[in-house]
Design a protein around this ligand. Structure first.
Ligand code: SF4
Ligand code: FES
Length: 486
């Protein structure tokens, strides 16, 4: 595989530029919150009135000069100041790879809208993670699926997913992540995607890519797929095979990434990193540039489910973790306007935790293949929670009243030191699933926090395991696999 030339250059906005949206970014009427947002891969940007005015007027044909003259007249403001501000706004979006010169023939309609909020409940979730199936041809030892995988016979039908999407959009969901397992193992994926597009959701396919053909991807693009997130186990073939437990995955990922870009679909490379691939981080970043991804997610492993079983095989030393911070920081500077980075640092070497899944019950709903609604993908590991099913209850009711969604929502449930900490509304005490996995108390402070009484033991465990010889992987297997695609 060729890993050399950089195919992308930064798109500089100048007074003579004629910017337009890419196929995977657009304005969206968010009726549930009575606002217009800019939808983009994994994001919904809030817009102030001036930014909205600018973005409503970029069409790939109008020059910045002409646009600014119109705005200067309309707002009776100095042209130089308007021009400076408009270029600054658009350069920021260009650097996120959301704009391009001229009109993309593949650009979808620029304004879409979900249905009016028929639930009368605000604020609803902004994202829905739909685990369409737990079937998967790969066997990654850090899979976030539960240890007890749901069987094909319990999977929701396309019609049941359609109703879930409609309800999610009606309470304010903007982004839909079609995930698994491997979502392309579903034969009715195109029908499911069609329902998502009809509901007005921004669609993101999270895939290992190994089951996709060019024709199928092309059909998905025609239906309206906005974005694809391709997971990478490694860019060294032998290692990719070892980590995924699947031979030949890398070449397929490379091909699918290229097809996606030819079709104008937004592309993120998702690279979980750990002691077995961390030495190739620079090459993984090069890979993302070479396939013209707009984003890369470089995530140190979170140790729940299968990853917890494999922690000793996956955990890197603190020195190596710190090197990854330097590599990512240097690459961010080098690749401004070419590649955007989301970097998830290693919890065991952190001093403060992350706000897990945007805060419990605050921004996303996860729905399992059989329809169980969860506040986060690992919530079923926690004791004492009862989960509702979207086939039995309206999503709005689950979001608002379900005991599981309310268990750790807000601040009331917190203990010290979180309860009186000035960061409590920034990180909400970190991850409940990690707190329970390590401290056997789901309301404990996340041990990633240096203020947790368990933090020293937590960090020491990492040091101990990272320096010991790595054990063999315990693979995540789905035996029935996609021999029986449904
Ligand atoms: Fe966050 Fe709790 Fe740590 Fe404060 S004590 S930083 S709220 S986890
Ligand atoms: Fe469940 Fe973090 S994964 S709260």
């Amino acid at each position: 595989m060729r890993m050399s030339d950089n195919p992308s250059i930064r798109y500089q906005i100048t007074p003579s530029s004629r910017p337009g949206f890419t196929r995977y970014s657009r304005l969206h009427e968010d009726h549930a919150r009575n606002r217009t947002v800019l939808l983009a891969p994994e994001r919904a940007y809030e817009l102030d009135p001036i930014s909205l005015e600018v973005l409503q007027n970029i069409d790939g044909a109008t020059t910045i000069n002409n646009l600014c003259q119109r705005l200067a007249e309309k707002f009776t403001a100095p042209l130089e100041i308007i021009t400076r501000d408009v270029i600054q706004l658009l350069q920021g979006l260009s650097d996120k790879r959301l704009l391009q010169e001229g009109l993309n023939p593949l650009t979808k309609k620029t304004v879409s809208g979900n249905k009016q909020n028929d639930a009368g409940y605000l604020p609803g979730p902004t994202g829905l993670l739909a685990e369409l199936t737990h079937r998967c041809p790969l066997q990654c030892p850090y899979c976030s699926n539960p240890l007890e995988l749901e069987r094909v016979t319990s999977e929701m039908s396309a019609a049941e997913w359609a109703e879930t999407f409609r309800q999610a959009a009606s309470i304010g969901a903007l982004q839909l992540h079609l995930s698994g397992g491997e979502p392309t193992a579903r034969r009715d994926l195109e029908e499911i995607l069609g329902h998502a597009v009809e509901a007005g959701l921004y669609t993101n396919l999270i895939t290992s890519a190994v089951l996709l053909s060019k024709d199928q991807l092309s059909r998905l693009a025609n239906i309206g797929l906005d974005h694809i997130q391709i997971s990478i186990q490694d860019v060294v073939e032998e290692n990719s095979d070892l980590i995924s437990g699947y031979k030949g995955a890398l070449e397929k990922k490379y091909a699918v990434a290229r097809w996606a870009r030819e079709l104008g679909i937004g592309l993120t490379i998702n690279a979980p990193i750990h002691r077995k691939n961390i030495m190739n981080l620079e090459k993984i970043i090069e890979f993302a540039v070479e396939v013209d991804a707009q984003r890369i997610e470089i995530a140190h492993i979170q140790y729940y489910a299968w990853a917890q079983k494999n922690r000793a095989a996956l955990i890197p030393t603190k020195e190596i973790f710190l090197e990854t911070v330097n590599i990512v920081e240097a690459a961010k500077q080098r690749l401004i306007g070419v590649l955007n980075f989301d970097f998830v640092i290693h919890d065991y070497y952190a001093s403060r935790p992350k706000k897990c899944t945007g805060g419990w019950g605050q921004s996303i709903i996860v729905v399992t293949p059989s329809g169980t609604a969860l506040p986060c993908h690992a919530a079923q590991t926690l004791p004492g929670l009862t989960f509702d099913n979207v086939k039995d209850q309206p999503l709005s009711k689950i979001w608002e009243t379900s005991s599981a969604f309310n268990a750790y929502r807000g601040l009331e449930w917190m203990k010290e030191p979180c309860r009186s900490c000035d960061r409590r509304e920034l990180d909400y005490g970190g991850c409940r699933c990690q707190a329970y996995a390590f401290s056997q108390d789901p309301a404990a402070t996340d041990p990633a926090c240096a203020l947790s009484s368990d933090h020293t033991t937590f960090a020491a465990l990492a040091e101990h395991e990272a320096y010991a010889p790595a054990p063999a992987f315990i693979y995540r297997r789905y035996d029935a696999l996609s021999k029986n695609k449904n």
